[in-house]
Design a protein around this ligand. Structure first.
Ligand code: UT7
Length: 334
């Protein structure tokens, strides 16, 4: 007779319990970017909405920024690092093929032996992680999950590439997810379109780099305009579906936190969703640039810290990027 295996059971509901972020110290102006590419401050501002961005100093490593953001999130959640059962790190700029950075971060925080692994879903990675964390809490796989979005894109961006040099930047954001009396993380709408794999990618594989006469850093490259059009048209539909699946409408929303890819994409989505005037829209890109997996938690934390958004409010998260991978969910802000 086949042995009867017990089924894991968890909390009925999951929620974000705390958010934190880390912004690197070095401010990089558009003028500095234009020292290396044929562009202007005005072009960058009007085409992307970026006024300045942050690049990490050498000591502001992926690990250091993640630990700093996580400590803030844990403190705000009132959860001790030892209570964390799983650490998920969304990043594309931890430049080791193996091991993942998550176990190192977990060890530095004092969360060992929590399960720990990285998520490679580029800009969508944090929103992928929020869904995975919530599912773990509800299934009983973990009681508390730490989800981190972190990037040092300045390491893998070619400062002389006109298509990407002005966009990408560095930073970290973190969220603690745990059990809740009421639902705080709505059903996800997520997906990926591998037919557009080439739209944003590392220029060469590591094997290709070895075959070169002189090794180079395989920088990021992006088909900016096709990505722009895809994001502006398709992502509003994904955001609307996340609202529908949560059983809500734009009238229930207080805050909109889209991936900080381009201010014009944010505006296009807000128009397509017909967001009421009173909905607070995250516009962190102006002073932070596009930080890929870190952008949603950085932007959400900034709104809470400035008082523009408040704990208990309903927010719509949506993120999209290389893959092309995307994810959206409605959450209650911690
Ligand atoms: O985070 C992951 C997801 N990423 C995104 O969502 C980013 C999506 N893409 C974008 O944000 C935009 O495509 C960019 C901001 C990257 C570019 O804006 P765009 O409006 O799509 O510009 P474009 O590539 O269509 O180029 C328009 C013009 C061209 O000149 P002509 O042919 O009209 O004379 C380009 O040569 O702008 C020129 N151009 C530049 N000019 C000054 C392209 N790059 C630059 C530049 N500075 N850096």
């Amino acid at each position: 007779m086949t042995a009867k295996i017990a089924t894991a059971t968890g909390a009925q509901h999951a929620a974000l319990l705390g958010l934190g972020s880390y912004r690197p110290s070095r401010v990089v102006t558009n003028a500095e970017i234009c020292e290396h590419i044929d562009s202007t401050d005005e072009w960058i501002r009007t085409r992307s909405g970026i006024i300045e961005r942050r690049f990490s100093e050498p000591h502001e490593t992926v690990q250091m920024m993640s630990v700093a953001a996580s400590r803030t999130a844990l403190e705000r959640a009132d959860i001790h690092p030892a209570q964390i059962d799983c650490v998920l790190v969304a990043t594309v700029s931890h430049l080791w093929q193996t091991p993942a950075i998550a176990p190192l971060i977990s060890a530095e925080l004092g969360s060992t032996p929590a399960a720990a692994f990285d998520i490679s879903a580029a800009c969508a990675g944090f929103c992928y992680g929020v869904t995975m964390g919530a599912d773990m809490v509800r299934s009983g796989t973990a009681k508390y999950v730490l989800v981190i979005g972190v990037e040092r894109l300045s390491d893998i961006t070619d400062p002389t590439d006109r298509g990407t040099a002005f966009i990408f930047a560095d930073g970290a954001g973190a969220a603690v997810i745990g059990p809740s009396d009421v639902e705080g993380i709505g059903p996800v709408v997520w997906g990926a379109d591998g037919e557009k794999f080439d739209f944003i990618r590392q220029k060469q594989s590591w094997i290709d780099v070895l075959a070169l006469e002189r090794a180079v850093m395989p920088h990021l490259q992006m088909e900016g305009n096709p990505v722009f059009r895809w994001a502006s048209f398709e992502m509003a539909k994904v955001a609307q579906e996340a609202l529908d699946r949560a059983g809500l409408t734009v009238d229930d929303l207080d805050v909109f936190v889209p991936h900080q890819a381009n201010m014009r994409i944010t505006d296009a989505m807000a128009r397509a969703l017909k967001l009421p005037e009173r909905v607070v829209i995250a516009r962190d890109i102006a002073y932070q640039g596009n930080t890929s997996a870190a952008s949603v938690p950085l932007a959400a934390t900034a709104l809470l810290e400035s008082g523009e958004a408040k704990s208990g409010q309903t927010a719509l998260f949506i993120a999209f990027g290389a893959g092309l991978a995307y994810a959206a969910q409605v959450v209650t802000l911690p």
